[in-house]
Design a protein around this ligand. Structure first.
Ligand code: HEM
Length: 167
């Protein structure tokens, strides 16, 4: 039976190479670290992002805490439909300050979605209790649910909307 002989030059060479390869993986030289995200293998062997990718935390909002997310500062844009908060930042063209539906940004858009109107009077003032929408017709509720499904398919659900004094 052949035995492993460390004294044989080929084994010594292989062992040295393995030790070298392992230390390259454990302690990669600065030159092996890609400065940008590699798109091909040769751009870097051990690439790590500088920071963890941004995460979205499911958050409980009130009308008052939701209001600042109106995109006017160039930041995130959130809106609520039927108690669910959507991150619609990707739809800045629609909901940004110059967007056709900019009124909904940072607000509870339920009534506007139900009644197919982006008029100011569709919005409940942020210091008032939540709009119960209990005067809406079944068709209007259906319309709102249709929009809800559209948003759920397109945007990220990032929280729920509760009364101002609930948290
Ligand atoms: C003058 C009448 C209107 C025109 C010409 C219009 C036009 C449009 C267009 C072109 C889109 C983009 C569709 C797409 O690319 O997916 C859109 C989306 C939308 N519209 Fe209208 N719209 C009108 C009225 C309204 C009204 C009254 C509402 C009130 C609720 C409304 C709410 C929306 C919403 C919520 C979206 C989806 C945006 C998104 O996907 O984030 N639209 N509209």
């Amino acid at each position: 039976m052949p035995s492993f002989n460390l004294g044989a030059p080929i084994n010594t060479a292989l062992l040295l190479y393995i030790l070298y390869a392992v230390q390259r993986i454990l302690f990669p030289p600065a030159s092996a670290k890609a400065k940008s995200i590699p798109t091909e293998f040769k751009h870097g062997y051990s690439w790590m992002p500088k920071a963890h990718p941004p995460t979205v935390l499911f958050t409980t909002y009130t009308p008052k805490t939701l209001a600042p997310f109106n995109g006017k500062d160039g930041g995130r844009i959130l809106l609520a439909i039927d108690g669910t908060v959507f991150d619609v930042t990707a739809g800045r063209n629609f909901y940004g300050p110059n967007g056709m539906y900019g009124n909904f940004a940072g607000r509870d858009a339920s009534r506007g979605m139900a009644k197919q109107s982006f008029d100011e009077e569709m919005l409940t003032p942020i210091d008032q209790p939540l709009d119960k929408c209990d005067d809406l017709t079944p068709e209007e509720i259906e319309n709102m649910k249709g929009w809800y499904d559209h948003f759920a398919n397109k945007y990220i659900i990032c929280g729920k909307l509760v009364e101002n004094d609930a948290i």
